[in-house]
Design a protein around this ligand. Sequence first.
Ligand SMILES: Cc1ncc(C[n+]2csc(CCOP(=O)(O)OP(=O)(O)O)c2C)c(N)n1
Ligand SMILES: [Mg+2]
Length: 274
Amino acid sequence: MKNELLKYLRTDILPTEFCSGCGCGTVLNIFCHVVDELKINPDDIIMVTGIGCSSWIPSPYFSADTLHTTHGRAIAFATGVKVMKPDKHVIVIAGDGDLAGIGGNHLIHAARRNIGLTVFLVNNYIYGMTGGQVSPTTPSNVPTTTTPYGNTEPAFKIAELVSAAGASYVARWTTYQVFHLKKAMKDAILNKGFSFIEICSQCPTSYGKRVGMREGIDQLKDFRDNSIDLKKTAGMKDEELENKFIVGKFAERNRTEFTENLRNINRKFDEVPV
Ligand SMILES: Cc1ncc(C[n+]2csc(CCOP(=O)(O)OP(=O)(O)O)c2C)c(N)n1
Ligand SMILES: [Mg+2]
């Protein structure tokens, strides 16, 4: 029996290049379910991505119009697309290095503008594709190829950062909570303003092995055993939350969307007699 969801993929290049145990396949799978259940025509989707393993989720695997852009610039390109094509679903899927490292400024300013993009940041806590360099979300003390004696920096709390910057929808889930993640992806796509989900994902090849979790399943068990609902964290100390994955919805706000403001200005000037 043929899987109905294969119609969303570029099947001529399957199977994917993802390592065994990688979370990228899970994210791709859930994303196909989301598009199918929301009954979105892929012709109404424009995928935008950067460089990295997680950037391969949309490109080349998802079959829609796609911009596979330079490292860190996905949101800049996506902003241009959304301004010109405000009626399309403009969806970015990329990594922690891409979106929070080199592309970090694009991310926070897009959130501040509340431009109607949907961004799924696949946080595997490392520069996966290039073999395991430290990223802005790598936890302190973790040894990486560029921090062989342990990471001396604290990690960005990326969902909290994007929420503080003004995004109108923000959530964090892991690849273990597939049904919560699916629901959140739907909410994010349907939200009119800037929507962001941090998806904590496993990378056995470049990250897991450095923290004693050699197989993808080991990290999935870590997500299962150490996730905590955001609603239950009130009053908890930072030390108690160390090494926990705080999951849930961080923001849902009603703010005017950026391209709507642009349209309003255009309308105003259209009415001015010349
Ligand atoms: C301007 C620039 N700098 C560096 C690179 C090399 N590079 C390619 S992918 C990557 C890291 C990707 O990490 P992340 O975005 O977290 O994606 P992952 O592979 O972990 O999914 C880097 C540094 C590049 N391609 N372009
Ligand atoms: Mg990464």
